[in-house]
Design a protein around this ligand. Structure first.
Ligand code: ATR
Length: 276
């Protein structure tokens, strides 16, 4: 693509952001459609200034990541209903100067999970109670899953469970649960701590499903253990690409080239091994 005076600018705001694979994935989508656009990573300390920059520079769209998903909300002109109900924004769309916040994590999680397993009527254990757990929990509950939040810090877990209208159990009780779908939303098992897992080997059996939001490594210890026990597994890459595909559609109105987006991320993960 030739950069010129008409090139549109998109990006991801986070801190840290140097590990982000969104630039690779979104640029592959722009390129696949032959769009005159670039997507860059911006390490943003002050999100108010970041949003101001979107207005000043006319940035067309932004992915918002840790730690700004909640704090960005007051600085936008409008929050989509779903993002408001979840309480977090991971996408900004610049509509002729009007900045609108969306949440695509929720949709990404449900798409990724439902590709591999039925959600409706199943008992679902969500490990963790941070921003990711909030979006995943909301989506799974809406899809008809019977959710229990398991969290190390009881107050935080209970607050999320109350907000979602679902049950809460202390993290220590997870080993005794018989939930059929288990979702890790903590960073346990992420590079470089690849031996860590929120659940021991004895937890899983056939008929269960395990989903991880961690995608580096692609197959975490948690997923490896689950797979060995015969459980269905859903890796973090799937949710990442699905949430990114919805972002691309919101920004451009075009059909996301899902397979190209996925392949671009897999290529980087394979090339850099676990050093991200
Ligand atoms: P995010 O917004 O990405 O979800 P977060 O808000 O920092 O990140 O939330 C991370 C979640 O992972 C928290 O629920 C955290 O548990 P606490 O509420 O007790 O802090 C959980 N978590 C992180 N590291 C953990 C660990 N080593 N063991 C158990 N839970 C952990």
């Amino acid at each position: 693509m030739q950069i010129d005076a008409h090139t549109s600018l998109y990006g991801v705001f986070g801190n840290p952001v140097s590990h982000s694979l969104s630039p690779v994935m979104q640029q592959s989508a722009f390129d696949a459609h032959g769009l005159n656009a670039v997507y860059l990573a911006f390490c943003i300390e002050d999100i108010a200034l970041g949003v101001s920059a979107v207005r000043t520079l006319g940035i067309k769209g932004v992915s918002v990541t840790i730690p700004h998903k909640v704090s960005v909300m007051p600085f936008l002109d409008e929050i989509d209903d779903l993002a408001r109900r979840i309480g977090a924004v991971n996408t900004i769309v610049n509509r002729d100067g009007r900045l609108v916040g969306y949440n695509t994590d929720c949709h990404g999680a449900v798409e990724a999970l439902s590709e591999k397993t039925e959600i409706k009527g199943r008992t679902v254990a969500i490990i963790g109670a941070g921003g990711a757990a909030r979006a995943v929990g909301f989506g799974v509950r809406e899809a008809g899953g019977k959710v229990t939040i398991y969290n190390r810090t009881p107050e935080k877990g209970k607050r999320l469970a109350d907000d979602l209208g679902v049950s809460f159990q202390p993290f220590s009780q997870i080993a005794k649960s018989a939930d059929r779908i288990v979702i890790n939303t903590t960073s346990l098992g992420m590079h470089p701590n690849i031996d860590a897992s929120p659940l021991s080997d004895s937890h899983f059996d056939k008929g269960m499903a395990a989903m991880d939001i961690v995608y580096n490594p692609l197959k975490t210890r948690f997923l490896e253990t689950a797979e060995k026990s015969g459980a269905v597994i859903v890796d973090g890459l799937s949710m990442f690409v699905h949430q990114g595909a919805v972002q691309f559609k919101l920004w451009t109105g075009k059909t996301p080239p899902f397979e190209q987006m996925k392949a671009s991320v897999v290529k980087i993960l394979n090339k850099t091994s676990t050093s991200l």
